[in-house]
Design a protein around this ligand. Structure first.
Ligand code: 3NM
Length: 526
């Protein structure tokens, strides 16, 4: 087989330790995995004596040859030479790439493990055939890994090598629950970065009760986009003008009114009652279910999930992750509100965990929360950028490009709330200048906006940008209308009036009375 023709889609790395292999025969497991569709095999054994290594490698090579799949040896160039297999895989502490190439010749396949920009650069310049990028997620299989880079770190490396003719797989903690997501999420949209060629796994196959079935399942997952990818915001949807989006608002509001979608809130203790009433007013069916085990069933009901981190606890975080997985698997939208994200170390870590554990369709927060989701965002914040200061166009642009980059990286919609609200899916940054000061004087109004947005994306999932814009306009204009009422004397009387006006505007929209939309101040950053 020519090395250019190697398929890296499902790359099996073996492990002979009892914790993973158990009492199974390594050759039987590899044979089963090949029947299941594994496309490349690396024999990795850090403990056996050289004689045993060579003997096992020979048996494995006979098997991989029957399946026309390359066999690579981890680290041991001598073993690869002794059995005449297709190549080797070298880590950063192993023999260097140019020596390995000299020993093995130009036709051998040589892969290199990389975890940062510098290692990547050296491996590409040195003529590696493929990169094993990791460690993506922490894994008990290899505990002494250098760094956990997450999907963000993986994407960074793929952006760096956009133009290199090199193949790539990722490694570390990859299994059936995340393979498809990692393949899709690590690729920067718009052809800016490279897409992974595949995933490398150890335990997901070597420790599986049925390695053939596990391989078959993984290969299918690697080759098919995840459920949530189907409804990502398209380039055409992003190219619309504010007027185009405004024209869709009635349709979105009516869709919620007609469908009464489920708004599943995992939200904080302070706002549960308020959020449930807001959901009802905008036309959704709220459920305030904080127990993650329920999420699988709830995700099947055609609704959307709100993860609101307002009163995060370790148990709460576990529940969020279960629900996130369930909604991602069902292909139903998730709105994440990283409340107080920058405020404490616990919240910073929880935000990172949530963002790294699944796909978030809409990331919504205030300026400091959103900036703390961006690498380097804290510095933007510390430099005192203030989008609400009048006439501060430079700051608006800075914030606009920061959230645009965040949306590109996450392939989602980002909403940054404030005096002006900003919305982007990675291209145009739309702005909403409606609302009322009372919203800032009542607890939970930010959280309830998340609930409102969840109702809109649940009812209108194929156009999440329009859905989010509709949610923001309905919410902030209802606040204006409520605040102007004669019976509203301050923040206390504002709350029931606001709930009424959310209901009234929705009902008016359903009847075709769209007068309220004349107040809309929807724009786009130049
Ligand atoms: N190399 P599992 S992580 C062999 O980061 C190996 O370089 C890694 O095992 C790296 O698929 C790893 O069971 C083990 O998580 C991956």
């Amino acid at each position: 087989m020519r090395k250019e023709d190697v398929d890296h889609s499902l790359y099996l790395v073996t492990d002979s330790t009892p914790a993973i292999l158990g009492d199974k025969d390594i050759c039987a497991v590899v044979e089963a995995a090949l029947r299941g569709g594994v496309t490349c095999v690396q024999y990795r054994d850090k403990t056996s004596d050289t004689g045993a290594l060579v003997a096992t490698a020979r048996r494995l090579h006979a098997i991989t040859q029957r399946h026309d799949v390359p066999l690579l040896i981890n680290d041991r160039i001598d073993v690869a030479l002794a059995i005449g297999c297709e190549g080797v895989h070298i880590g950063q502490d192993d023999l260097d790439l140019s020596s390995a190439r000299k020993l093995l010749g130009p036709d051998a396949i040589i892969g290199v493990t990389v975890s940062n920009a510098e290692e990547t650069d050296v491996a590409c310049k040195g003529g590696a055939d493929y990169l094993g990028i990791g460690t993506v997620f922490a894994t008990p299989t290899k505990e002494n890994t250098k760094s956990i880079i997450g999907v963000d770190g993986l994407q960074q490396i793929l952006l760096q090598i956009a133009d290199e003719p090199i193949k790539t797989v990722c490694i570390g903690g990859i299994n059936a629950s995340n393979a498809s997501r990692v393949m899709w999420q690590s690729e920067a949209p718009g052809g800016k970065g490279k897409a992974l060629d595949g995933v490398a796994v150890v335990s997901a196959i070597m420790a599986a009760p049925d390695p053939e079935e596990a391989s078959w399942d993984l290969l299918r997952l690697v080759r098919s986009p995840p459920a949530f990818a189907r409804a990502a915001v398209t380039a055409e949807q992003q190219a619309r003008s504010p007027e185009d989006l405004l024209a869709l608002v009635p349709e979105v509001v009516r869709a919620v009114d007609a469908k009464k979608p489920l708004s599943h809130n995992m939200t904080n203790l302070v706002v549960q009652n308020f959020a449930a009433n807001v959901a009802l007013s905008v036309g959704a069916s709220p459920i305030m279910a904080n127990y993650g085990e329920e999420a699988r069933d709830l995700a099947m009901l055609g609704g959307a999930l709100v993860l609101n981190m307002g009163t995060v606890t370790p148990k709460g975080l576990e529940n969020y992750l279960k629900a996130l997985r369930a909604y991602n698997e069902a292909g139903r939208p998730v709105v994440f509100d990283p409340v107080g994200a920058g405020a404490t170390a616990v919240r910073r870590a929880a935000t990172k965990t949530i963002l790294g554990s699944g796909y978030i369709d809409v990331l919504k927060g205030n300026q400091s929360e959103i900036l703390s989701c961006i690498p380097g965002g804290a510095e933007v914040q510390q430099r005192g950028v203030d989008s609400s200061a009048p006439g501060n166009d430079a700051d608006r642009q800075k914030l606009g490009s920061a959230i645009r980059e965040l949306a590109v990286r996450r392939r989602n919609v980002v909403v940054m709330t404030g005096k002006t609200d900003y919305i982007t899916a990675g291209r145009a940054v739309f702005t909403v200048d409606n609302g009322h000061a009372y919203l800032g004087m009542v607890t939970g109004t930010g959280c309830c906006l998340g609930t409102t947005v969840s109702a809109m994306v649940a009812a209108y999932p194929d156009d999440k940008l329009a859905a989010v814009v509709a949610g923001l306009l309905l919410y902030s204009i209802a606040a204006e209308v409520a605040a102007e009422r004669e019976d509203v004397k301050g923040p206390g009387t504002f709350v029931p009036a606001f709930i009424d006006e959310l209901f009234n505007l929705r009902k008016a929209t359903a009847k075709g009375d769209l007068g309220w939309l004349e107040r809309a101040r929807l724009g786009v950053l130049p």
